[in-house]
Design a protein around this ligand. Structure first.
Ligand SMILES: Cc1ncc(COP(=O)(O)O)c(C=O)c1O
Length: 388
């Protein structure tokens, strides 16, 4: 069964994408700011008690950042480059947190000089660097979480540390003159199991109690991202995520829970984006092979890297309509054998698909344009067009 774009977009939204796409040469990404706005407002309604720190890395287009700035969002910042970009559009440093656990000493100093006073931490060397370069700042401690198996794009293992280690870091932060402010987790991006938040919040309770034993009252929980967007494999509705997560919070912390921060990326921008690509070639590798290959003009290195291990399954719509469909292997244009998006997850495309046909990749507003190579095989980074 081919994809019906109207299962993903309202007719007027889809109409806008199609009309805009017809006038531009592929490959490119279109981002509809109205959908970003709708997602932001919806999240704010679902979590009225939370502060939203948009994870800039998901889609750092200036227009997206300006919109979120005007809607009152704060920002989770991963590098000095993201920081400079936000400063250049007038976001004040008290609306930012340096949310990357991996940071150079001199980058911490730069953030501090620019006025940022909130830093994530998960290890002692980094904590000492923060104490030296950003004296007196607020620090929140990231814990390891479960949930890797049920997230499409897991983020555990590399970030965070065991709560027992956080316990030590809290005491050390206090001794170093920092303000141990809170704790954070990220249950993995596109997390399908809402229960992943339950166990993470329970760990927060354990940590808050442990901190109090050391005379430290933590004030904030940063629940990261992980909220879903609409891809091929469906998730529960976001309303259910919100009501369950709110229930977990009140079970562990009562109604007077600490300040809550969310760091959404994917759930705000993914659905706002549609990537348009063109078929370069269709082929078979032998006369009797059952596999048919479709090569298109953008691949893993031009915005579709989250198809790595076929992790994210984008809905793909082909503009050749009215014909029977068949499964195809879909690959990118570079001379790299890794540049195959889907080999095992088969995509129904029109049987007679041919060079020049267009494939529309729905729900591609997150982690596409920001994830491109700049010159691999000479291909330039993916162009982003903003649709208002
Ligand atoms: C620290 C941090 N916060 C938030 C996010 C955004 O997560 P998501 O896109 O799942 O909302 C990420 C994603 O990598 C992250 O690293």
């Amino acid at each position: 069964m081919s994809i019906d774009p109207l299962e993903y977009y309202r007719p007027e939204e889809w109409g806008k994408f199609i009309a805009f796409a017809a006038k531009h040469e592929t490959p490119f990404l279109m981002v509809n700011l109205d959908i970003v706005r709708k997602n932001f407002e919806e999240l704010r309604e679902l979590f009225p008690f939370a502060k939203i720190y948009y994870a800039v890395k998901a889609n750092p287009a200036v227009e997206v950042l300006e919109l979120l700035r005007d809607l009152g969002s704060c920002f989770d910042v991963a590098s000095v480059y993201e920081l400079d970009k936000l400063l250049s559009i007038g976001v004040s440093p008290d609306r930012m947190s340096y949310g990357n656990t991996i940071k150079k000493s001199r980058d911490i100093a730069y953030f501090y000089e620019k006025g940022v006073r909130m830093y994530v931490n998960d290890n002692i060397d980094d904590l000492r660097n923060i104490a030296r370069e950003a004296p007196g700042s607020k620090v929140f401690f990231r814990i390891l979480t479960e949930g890797a198996e049920t997230a499409d794009w897991p983020l555990s293992r590399k970030f965070g540390c065991h709560p027992d280690m956080v316990y030590e870091l809290i005491g050390e932060a206090k001794r170093l003159g920092l303000e141990p402010y809170g704790a954070s987790f990220h249950v993995g991006s596109q997390q399908r199991d809402i229960g992943a938040w339950d166990s993470a919040i329970a760990k927060m309770r354990y940590l808050f109690d442990g901190a109090e034993e050391q005379g430290v009252k933590l004030k904030m929980i940063n629940m990261g991202g992980g909220f879903p967007a609409n891809y091929i494999s469906k998730t529960s509705p976001r309303e259910l995520y919100a009501s369950e997560i709110t229930r977990y919070l009140s079970e562990d912390f009562g109604d007077e829970h600490p300040e809550i921060i969310l760091e959404p990326g994917r759930s705000l921008v993914a659905e706002a984006g549609v990537m348009v690509t063109e078929v370069v070639m269709v082929s078979q590798k032998s006369f009797h092979s059952l596999d048919k290959w479709v090569y298109i003009d953008a691949g893993k290195f031009n915005g579709l890297i989250e198809t790595w291990d076929e992790a994210l399954r984008y809905p793909i719509y082909c503009d050749r309509i009215g014909e029977d469909s068949e499964d195809f292997i879909i690959a990118g244009p570079t001379c790299d054998s890794q540049d195959i998006m889907y080999e095992y997850f088969r995509n129904p495309l029109p049987m007679n698909i041919r060079a020049g046909d267009r494939l529309f990749w729905l729900t591609t507003g997150a982690y596409t344009s920001s994830y491109c190579s700049v010159d691999f095989n000479g291909f330039p980074p993916l162009k982003t067009y903003i649709i208002k």
